[in-house]
Design a protein around this ligand. Sequence first.
Ligand code: SAJ
Length: 402
Amino acid sequence: MINVIGLGYIGLPTALMLASHGVDVIGTDYNEKLVNTLKAGHTTFKEDGLEDLFQQAVDAGIQFTTDYQVTDTYIVSVPTPYDRFSKKVDPQYVVSAVEDVIKVAPRGATVVIESTISPGTIDKSVRPVLAEKGRDDLCLVHAPERIIPGNMVYELIHNNRTVGADDHVVGEKIKELYSSFCEGEIVVTDIRTAEMTKVVENTYRAVNIAFANELMKICHYDHLDVYEIIRICNMHPRVNILQPGPGVGGHCISVDPWFLVGDYPGLAKVIDESMKTNDAMPAFVLHRIYDIMKEKGMKDLSKVGLYGLTYKENVDDMRESPTLQLLESQEKHLGDPLKVYDPLITEDKVDNQYHDFDQFLKDVDIVVIMVGHDELRNNFDKLRGKIVLDTRNIYDGECYHL
Ligand code: SAJ
Protein backbone atom coordinates (compact mmCIF):
# COMPACT_ATOMS: atom_id res chain seq x y z
CA MET A 1 0.00 0.00 0.00
CA ILE A 2 1.15 3.54 -0.78
CA ASN A 3 0.37 6.38 1.63
CA VAL A 4 0.25 9.70 -0.24
CA ILE A 5 0.74 12.59 2.20
CA GLY A 6 -0.72 15.94 1.09
CA LEU A 7 -3.74 15.91 -1.23
CA GLY A 8 -3.33 19.23 -3.01
CA TYR A 9 -2.68 20.13 -6.64
CA ILE A 10 -0.01 17.43 -7.04
CA GLY A 11 -0.72 14.87 -4.32
CA LEU A 12 -4.37 14.34 -5.25
CA PRO A 13 -3.89 13.64 -8.98
CA THR A 14 -0.87 11.44 -8.20
CA ALA A 15 -2.82 9.41 -5.62
CA LEU A 16 -5.77 9.05 -8.02
CA MET A 17 -3.50 8.02 -10.88
CA LEU A 18 -1.80 5.31 -8.80
CA ALA A 19 -5.13 4.03 -7.48
CA SER A 20 -6.71 3.89 -10.93
CA HIS A 21 -3.74 1.84 -12.15
CA GLY A 22 -4.13 -0.97 -9.67
CA VAL A 23 -2.03 0.36 -6.77
CA ASP A 24 -3.51 0.19 -3.27
CA VAL A 25 -3.57 3.86 -2.12
CA ILE A 26 -4.55 5.73 1.02
CA GLY A 27 -4.41 9.52 0.77
CA THR A 28 -3.67 11.48 3.95
CA ASP A 29 -4.12 15.20 4.55
CA TYR A 30 -4.19 17.07 7.85
CA ASN A 31 -6.98 19.32 6.52
CA GLU A 32 -10.13 17.62 7.78
CA LYS A 33 -12.44 19.70 5.60
CA LEU A 34 -10.55 18.70 2.47
CA VAL A 35 -10.59 15.02 3.46
CA ASN A 36 -14.34 15.19 4.13
CA THR A 37 -14.95 16.78 0.73
CA LEU A 38 -13.02 13.97 -0.98
CA LYS A 39 -14.79 11.32 1.12
CA ALA A 40 -18.13 12.82 0.08
CA GLY A 41 -17.11 12.17 -3.54
CA HIS A 42 -16.12 15.67 -4.64
CA THR A 43 -12.84 16.89 -6.10
CA THR A 44 -11.30 19.99 -4.52
CA PHE A 45 -10.19 21.90 -7.63
CA LYS A 46 -10.99 21.97 -11.34
CA GLU A 47 -8.72 20.29 -13.83
CA ASP A 48 -9.32 18.63 -17.20
CA GLY A 49 -10.09 14.94 -16.71
CA LEU A 50 -9.80 15.06 -12.92
CA GLU A 51 -13.45 14.16 -12.25
CA ASP A 52 -13.22 10.98 -14.36
CA LEU A 53 -9.93 10.03 -12.79
CA PHE A 54 -11.41 10.60 -9.34
CA GLN A 55 -14.31 8.28 -10.13
CA GLN A 56 -11.98 5.56 -11.42
CA ALA A 57 -9.85 5.82 -8.27
CA VAL A 58 -12.90 5.66 -6.01
CA ASP A 59 -14.15 2.60 -7.90
CA ALA A 60 -10.69 1.07 -7.42
CA GLY A 61 -10.98 1.59 -3.66
CA ILE A 62 -8.85 4.66 -2.85
CA GLN A 63 -9.36 5.91 0.72
CA PHE A 64 -8.91 9.36 2.27
CA THR A 65 -8.03 10.06 5.88
CA THR A 66 -6.27 12.48 8.22
CA ASP A 67 -4.20 9.63 9.70
CA TYR A 68 -0.73 8.53 8.64
CA GLN A 69 -0.62 4.85 7.70
CA VAL A 70 1.74 2.02 8.61
CA THR A 71 3.17 0.96 5.25
CA ASP A 72 6.43 0.50 3.35
CA THR A 73 6.14 3.45 0.92
CA TYR A 74 5.16 7.09 1.50
CA ILE A 75 4.85 9.83 -1.12
CA VAL A 76 5.07 13.31 0.40
CA SER A 77 3.61 16.12 -1.72
CA VAL A 78 3.04 18.99 0.67
CA PRO A 79 3.53 22.68 -0.20
CA THR A 80 6.96 24.31 -0.07
CA PRO A 81 6.44 28.05 0.34
CA TYR A 82 9.36 30.45 0.10
CA ASP A 83 10.42 33.23 2.39
CA ARG A 84 9.79 36.47 0.51
CA PHE A 85 12.63 38.23 2.27
CA SER A 86 15.45 35.68 2.10
CA LYS A 87 14.12 34.05 -1.13
CA LYS A 88 14.91 30.68 0.40
CA VAL A 89 12.64 27.65 0.41
CA ASP A 90 10.71 27.08 3.62
CA PRO A 91 10.73 23.31 4.18
CA GLN A 92 8.55 23.37 7.32
CA TYR A 93 5.68 21.33 5.81
CA VAL A 94 8.03 18.72 4.36
CA VAL A 95 9.85 18.44 7.67
CA SER A 96 6.69 18.09 9.73
CA ALA A 97 5.26 15.52 7.28
CA VAL A 98 8.50 13.50 7.58
CA GLU A 99 8.36 13.78 11.38
CA ASP A 100 4.84 12.36 11.32
CA VAL A 101 5.85 9.59 8.90
CA ILE A 102 8.70 8.62 11.24
CA LYS A 103 6.23 8.03 14.07
CA VAL A 104 4.47 5.23 12.17
CA ALA A 105 6.85 4.00 9.46
CA PRO A 106 8.16 0.45 9.86
CA ARG A 107 11.93 -0.22 9.58
CA GLY A 108 13.36 0.18 6.09
CA ALA A 109 10.32 2.01 4.64
CA THR A 110 10.82 4.38 1.69
CA VAL A 111 9.89 8.06 1.91
CA VAL A 112 9.50 9.74 -1.50
CA ILE A 113 9.51 13.54 -1.43
CA GLU A 114 7.64 14.94 -4.47
CA SER A 115 7.39 18.54 -3.23
CA THR A 116 9.67 21.00 -5.01
CA ILE A 117 12.66 21.80 -2.80
CA SER A 118 15.81 23.78 -3.35
CA PRO A 119 19.04 21.89 -4.07
CA GLY A 120 20.44 20.52 -0.81
CA THR A 121 17.18 20.65 1.18
CA ILE A 122 17.13 16.90 1.84
CA ASP A 123 20.69 17.02 3.22
CA LYS A 124 20.10 20.21 5.20
CA SER A 125 16.58 19.72 6.55
CA VAL A 126 15.35 16.14 6.13
CA ARG A 127 18.34 13.90 6.92
CA PRO A 128 18.98 15.63 10.26
CA VAL A 129 15.40 14.80 11.31
CA LEU A 130 15.96 11.11 10.56
CA ALA A 131 19.32 11.16 12.37
CA GLU A 132 17.88 12.89 15.41
CA LYS A 133 15.09 10.32 15.75
CA GLY A 134 17.47 7.41 15.09
CA ARG A 135 15.65 6.54 11.85
CA ASP A 136 18.55 6.20 9.42
CA ASP A 137 16.94 2.91 8.37
CA LEU A 138 14.41 4.85 6.26
CA CYS A 139 15.24 5.21 2.53
CA LEU A 140 14.92 8.69 1.08
CA VAL A 141 13.92 9.44 -2.52
CA HIS A 142 13.23 12.71 -4.33
CA ALA A 143 10.87 12.37 -7.29
CA PRO A 144 9.91 15.93 -8.27
CA GLU A 145 6.66 16.39 -10.15
CA ARG A 146 6.65 18.04 -13.57
CA ILE A 147 2.99 18.39 -14.52
CA ILE A 148 1.50 21.63 -15.78
CA PRO A 149 -1.78 22.91 -14.32
CA GLY A 150 -4.40 22.78 -17.07
CA ASN A 151 -3.01 19.55 -18.55
CA MET A 152 -2.12 17.58 -15.42
CA VAL A 153 -3.85 14.30 -16.14
CA TYR A 154 -2.33 13.98 -19.62
CA GLU A 155 1.12 15.03 -18.44
CA LEU A 156 1.13 12.65 -15.46
CA ILE A 157 0.88 9.82 -17.95
CA HIS A 158 3.10 11.15 -20.74
CA ASN A 159 5.90 13.24 -19.18
CA ASN A 160 9.36 11.86 -18.50
CA ARG A 161 10.25 11.81 -14.80
CA THR A 162 13.28 12.00 -12.53
CA VAL A 163 13.80 9.79 -9.49
CA GLY A 164 16.70 10.66 -7.17
CA ALA A 165 17.69 8.08 -4.57
CA ASP A 166 20.63 7.28 -2.26
CA ASP A 167 20.33 3.63 -3.10
CA HIS A 168 19.98 2.62 -6.75
CA VAL A 169 17.89 -0.45 -5.92
CA VAL A 170 15.39 1.71 -4.02
CA GLY A 171 15.41 4.18 -6.96
CA GLU A 172 14.55 1.34 -9.35
CA LYS A 173 11.74 0.17 -7.04
CA ILE A 174 10.19 3.66 -7.05
CA LYS A 175 10.68 3.91 -10.82
CA GLU A 176 8.61 0.74 -11.13
CA LEU A 177 5.91 2.23 -8.91
CA TYR A 178 5.60 5.35 -11.12
CA SER A 179 5.71 3.12 -14.22
CA SER A 180 2.30 1.80 -13.16
CA PHE A 181 0.84 4.90 -14.82
CA CYS A 182 3.73 6.88 -16.33
CA GLU A 183 4.48 6.04 -19.96
CA GLY A 184 7.40 8.49 -20.23
CA GLU A 185 11.05 7.68 -19.59
CA ILE A 186 12.00 7.61 -15.89
CA VAL A 187 15.62 8.52 -15.12
CA VAL A 188 17.12 7.25 -11.85
CA THR A 189 19.81 9.49 -10.39
CA ASP A 190 21.01 10.76 -7.00
CA ILE A 191 19.01 13.07 -4.73
CA ARG A 192 20.99 16.30 -5.15
CA THR A 193 20.88 16.00 -8.95
CA ALA A 194 17.12 15.42 -8.85
CA GLU A 195 16.65 18.45 -6.59
CA MET A 196 18.68 20.64 -8.93
CA THR A 197 17.03 19.48 -12.20
CA LYS A 198 13.58 20.42 -10.97
CA VAL A 199 14.55 23.96 -10.04
CA VAL A 200 16.64 24.39 -13.21
CA GLU A 201 13.71 23.41 -15.45
CA ASN A 202 11.51 26.13 -14.01
CA THR A 203 14.38 28.63 -13.98
CA TYR A 204 15.01 28.02 -17.69
CA ARG A 205 11.41 28.96 -18.41
CA ALA A 206 11.48 32.01 -16.10
CA VAL A 207 14.65 33.37 -17.75
CA ASN A 208 13.19 32.77 -21.22
CA ILE A 209 9.96 34.62 -20.30
CA ALA A 210 12.02 37.48 -18.82
CA PHE A 211 13.95 37.68 -22.10
CA ALA A 212 10.63 37.91 -23.99
CA ASN A 213 9.43 40.64 -21.59
CA GLU A 214 12.64 42.60 -22.08
CA LEU A 215 12.35 42.27 -25.88
CA MET A 216 8.78 43.56 -25.55
CA LYS A 217 10.02 46.70 -23.79
CA ILE A 218 12.73 47.27 -26.40
CA CYS A 219 10.22 46.83 -29.23
CA HIS A 220 7.66 49.03 -27.48
CA TYR A 221 10.26 51.79 -27.17
CA ASP A 222 11.15 51.54 -30.85
CA HIS A 223 7.60 50.93 -32.20
CA LEU A 224 8.32 47.41 -33.38
CA ASP A 225 5.95 44.43 -33.22
CA VAL A 226 7.52 42.07 -30.67
CA TYR A 227 5.13 39.22 -31.45
CA GLU A 228 6.00 39.25 -35.15
CA ILE A 229 9.69 39.44 -34.30
CA ILE A 230 9.47 36.47 -31.91
CA ARG A 231 7.42 34.54 -34.47
CA ILE A 232 10.05 35.04 -37.14
CA CYS A 233 12.97 34.32 -34.78
CA ASN A 234 11.32 31.10 -33.66
CA MET A 235 11.37 29.88 -37.27
CA HIS A 236 15.13 29.52 -36.77
CA PRO A 237 15.75 25.84 -35.94
CA ARG A 238 17.62 26.58 -32.70
CA VAL A 239 15.58 29.51 -31.33
CA ASN A 240 12.52 29.12 -29.08
CA ILE A 241 11.54 32.38 -27.37
CA LEU A 242 8.51 32.32 -25.08
CA GLN A 243 5.84 35.03 -25.00
CA PRO A 244 5.83 38.36 -23.14
CA GLY A 245 2.95 38.78 -20.72
CA PRO A 246 1.55 40.72 -17.75
CA GLY A 247 3.82 38.87 -15.33
CA VAL A 248 4.55 35.37 -14.17
CA GLY A 249 2.33 33.63 -11.67
CA GLY A 250 1.74 30.13 -10.39
CA HIS A 251 3.52 28.36 -7.61
CA CYS A 252 6.52 27.22 -9.66
CA ILE A 253 8.09 29.47 -12.27
CA SER A 254 7.54 32.60 -10.19
CA VAL A 255 8.95 30.94 -7.06
CA ASP A 256 11.54 28.17 -7.69
CA PRO A 257 14.20 30.31 -9.42
CA TRP A 258 14.39 32.46 -6.27
CA PHE A 259 15.74 29.39 -4.44
CA LEU A 260 18.86 29.58 -6.60
CA VAL A 261 19.17 33.33 -6.02
CA GLY A 262 18.71 32.80 -2.27
CA ASP A 263 21.23 29.95 -2.08
CA TYR A 264 23.84 31.30 -4.53
CA PRO A 265 23.46 35.08 -4.25
CA GLY A 266 26.80 36.00 -5.83
CA LEU A 267 26.48 33.50 -8.66
CA ALA A 268 22.86 33.54 -9.83
CA LYS A 269 22.96 36.98 -11.50
CA VAL A 270 21.10 36.38 -14.76
CA ILE A 271 18.44 34.55 -12.78
CA ASP A 272 18.15 37.39 -10.25
CA GLU A 273 17.69 40.02 -13.00
CA SER A 274 15.20 37.80 -14.84
CA MET A 275 13.06 37.36 -11.75
CA LYS A 276 13.08 41.10 -11.12
CA THR A 277 12.11 41.72 -14.76
CA ASN A 278 9.14 39.36 -14.50
CA ASP A 279 8.09 40.70 -11.10
CA ALA A 280 8.02 44.23 -12.51
CA MET A 281 5.57 43.33 -15.28
CA PRO A 282 2.29 43.95 -13.40
CA ALA A 283 3.47 47.49 -12.57
CA PHE A 284 4.42 47.93 -16.25
CA VAL A 285 0.85 46.98 -17.25
CA LEU A 286 -0.43 49.57 -14.79
CA HIS A 287 1.73 52.21 -16.49
CA ARG A 288 0.34 51.18 -19.86
CA ILE A 289 -3.18 51.66 -18.44
CA TYR A 290 -2.26 55.18 -17.25
CA ASP A 291 -0.71 55.97 -20.69
CA ILE A 292 -3.86 54.87 -22.49
CA MET A 293 -6.11 56.82 -20.11
CA LYS A 294 -4.00 59.92 -20.69
CA GLU A 295 -4.15 59.47 -24.45
CA LYS A 296 -7.94 59.11 -24.27
CA GLY A 297 -8.36 61.99 -21.83
CA MET A 298 -9.82 59.67 -19.19
CA LYS A 299 -9.41 60.27 -15.47
CA ASP A 300 -11.75 57.75 -13.91
CA LEU A 301 -9.98 54.52 -12.89
CA SER A 302 -13.30 52.96 -12.01
CA LYS A 303 -13.93 52.71 -15.76
CA VAL A 304 -11.03 50.26 -16.09
CA GLY A 305 -11.73 46.53 -15.86
CA LEU A 306 -9.27 43.67 -15.60
CA TYR A 307 -10.33 40.45 -17.31
CA GLY A 308 -8.85 37.48 -15.42
CA LEU A 309 -7.73 36.85 -11.86
CA THR A 310 -6.04 33.48 -12.23
CA TYR A 311 -2.33 33.14 -13.01
CA LYS A 312 -2.98 31.74 -16.48
CA GLU A 313 -5.75 30.68 -18.84
CA ASN A 314 -8.37 28.03 -18.07
CA VAL A 315 -7.23 27.19 -14.53
CA ASP A 316 -8.93 28.30 -11.30
CA ASP A 317 -5.60 28.83 -9.51
CA MET A 318 -4.81 32.38 -8.33
CA ARG A 319 -1.43 31.74 -6.66
CA GLU A 320 1.02 34.60 -7.37
CA SER A 321 -1.35 35.85 -10.06
CA PRO A 322 -0.17 38.94 -12.02
CA THR A 323 -3.65 40.47 -11.62
CA LEU A 324 -3.37 40.24 -7.82
CA GLN A 325 0.11 41.79 -8.02
CA LEU A 326 -1.21 44.59 -10.23
CA LEU A 327 -4.03 45.34 -7.78
CA GLU A 328 -1.52 45.35 -4.92
CA SER A 329 0.75 47.80 -6.72
CA GLN A 330 -2.22 49.98 -7.67
CA GLU A 331 -3.36 50.17 -4.04
CA LYS A 332 -0.02 51.81 -3.23
CA HIS A 333 -1.00 54.64 -5.59
CA LEU A 334 -4.22 55.14 -3.61
CA GLY A 335 -6.33 55.24 -6.76
CA ASP A 336 -9.93 54.04 -7.12
CA PRO A 337 -9.92 50.27 -7.17
CA LEU A 338 -10.08 48.70 -10.63
CA LYS A 339 -12.94 46.40 -11.54
CA VAL A 340 -12.15 42.73 -11.98
CA TYR A 341 -13.90 39.74 -13.54
CA ASP A 342 -12.92 36.09 -13.89
CA PRO A 343 -15.38 33.38 -14.92
CA LEU A 344 -13.38 30.71 -13.05
CA ILE A 345 -13.28 32.51 -9.70
CA THR A 346 -16.78 32.18 -8.35
CA GLU A 347 -16.08 33.30 -4.77
CA ASP A 348 -15.42 36.94 -3.86
CA LYS A 349 -11.64 37.30 -3.61
CA VAL A 350 -10.98 41.01 -4.24
CA ASP A 351 -12.82 44.33 -4.06
CA ASN A 352 -14.94 45.28 -7.06
CA GLN A 353 -15.09 41.74 -8.34
CA TYR A 354 -17.83 40.87 -10.84
CA HIS A 355 -19.39 37.49 -11.42
CA ASP A 356 -21.28 38.42 -14.57
CA PHE A 357 -19.37 39.14 -17.78
CA ASP A 358 -22.06 41.35 -19.35
CA GLN A 359 -22.50 43.46 -16.23
CA PHE A 360 -18.72 43.86 -15.97
CA LEU A 361 -18.53 45.04 -19.59
CA LYS A 362 -21.40 47.44 -19.05
CA ASP A 363 -19.56 49.16 -16.21
CA VAL A 364 -16.13 49.65 -17.84
CA ASP A 365 -14.71 51.51 -20.85
CA ILE A 366 -11.24 49.97 -20.85
CA VAL A 367 -10.86 46.19 -20.75
CA VAL A 368 -7.40 44.87 -19.89
CA ILE A 369 -6.98 41.27 -20.99
CA MET A 370 -4.84 39.76 -18.23
CA VAL A 371 -5.75 36.11 -18.88
CA GLY A 372 -6.91 34.45 -22.09
CA HIS A 373 -9.62 32.13 -20.77
CA ASP A 374 -11.61 30.26 -23.44
CA GLU A 375 -14.72 32.18 -22.33
CA LEU A 376 -13.14 35.37 -23.61
CA ARG A 377 -11.73 33.85 -26.80
CA ASN A 378 -15.25 32.63 -27.64
CA ASN A 379 -16.81 36.04 -26.95
CA PHE A 380 -14.52 38.58 -28.58
CA ASP A 381 -17.54 40.20 -30.27
CA LYS A 382 -18.63 41.43 -26.82
CA LEU A 383 -15.49 43.59 -26.62
CA ARG A 384 -16.28 45.59 -29.77
CA GLY A 385 -16.54 49.28 -28.99
CA LYS A 386 -14.38 48.96 -25.85
CA ILE A 387 -10.85 50.23 -25.48
CA VAL A 388 -8.84 47.02 -25.13
CA LEU A 389 -5.33 46.53 -23.73
CA ASP A 390 -4.36 42.99 -24.67
CA THR A 391 -1.41 41.76 -22.57
CA ARG A 392 -1.64 38.25 -24.05
CA ASN A 393 -1.79 39.03 -27.78
CA ILE A 394 -4.97 37.06 -28.33
CA TYR A 395 -7.63 39.63 -29.28
CA ASP A 396 -8.56 39.78 -32.97
CA GLY A 397 -9.95 43.34 -32.91
CA GLU A 398 -8.33 46.76 -32.74
CA CYS A 399 -6.47 47.14 -29.46
CA TYR A 400 -3.42 48.29 -27.53
CA HIS A 401 -0.58 45.92 -26.72
CA LEU A 402 2.05 45.98 -23.98
N1 SAJ B 1 3.93 32.75 -19.09
C1 SAJ B 1 4.32 33.86 -19.86
N2 SAJ B 1 4.82 33.65 -21.11
C2 SAJ B 1 4.93 32.38 -21.65
C3 SAJ B 1 4.54 31.27 -20.87
C4 SAJ B 1 4.05 31.49 -19.59
O1 SAJ B 1 4.24 35.01 -19.42
O2 SAJ B 1 5.36 32.28 -22.79
C5 SAJ B 1 3.40 32.95 -17.73
C6 SAJ B 1 2.01 32.34 -17.55
O3 SAJ B 1 1.01 33.20 -17.94
C7 SAJ B 1 1.99 32.09 -16.06
C8 SAJ B 1 3.44 31.72 -15.74
O4 SAJ B 1 4.20 32.23 -16.83
O5 SAJ B 1 1.62 33.23 -15.33
C9 SAJ B 1 3.73 30.26 -15.56
O6 SAJ B 1 2.91 29.48 -16.37
P1 SAJ B 1 3.38 28.16 -17.16
O7 SAJ B 1 2.19 27.64 -17.88
O8 SAJ B 1 4.57 28.44 -17.98
O9 SAJ B 1 3.89 27.17 -16.01
P2 SAJ B 1 3.25 26.59 -14.66
O10 SAJ B 1 3.78 27.40 -13.51
O11 SAJ B 1 1.77 26.42 -14.76
O12 SAJ B 1 3.92 25.12 -14.61
C10 SAJ B 1 5.34 24.99 -14.56
C11 SAJ B 1 5.80 23.96 -15.60
N3 SAJ B 1 7.23 24.02 -15.77
C12 SAJ B 1 7.83 24.10 -16.98
O13 SAJ B 1 7.22 24.18 -18.01
C13 SAJ B 1 9.34 24.11 -16.97
C14 SAJ B 1 5.38 22.57 -15.16
O14 SAJ B 1 5.91 21.59 -16.03
C15 SAJ B 1 5.87 22.29 -13.74
O15 SAJ B 1 5.40 21.05 -13.28
C16 SAJ B 1 5.32 23.35 -12.82
O16 SAJ B 1 5.76 24.64 -13.27
C17 SAJ B 1 5.84 23.06 -11.42
O17 SAJ B 1 5.04 22.55 -10.60
O18 SAJ B 1 7.02 23.25 -11.16
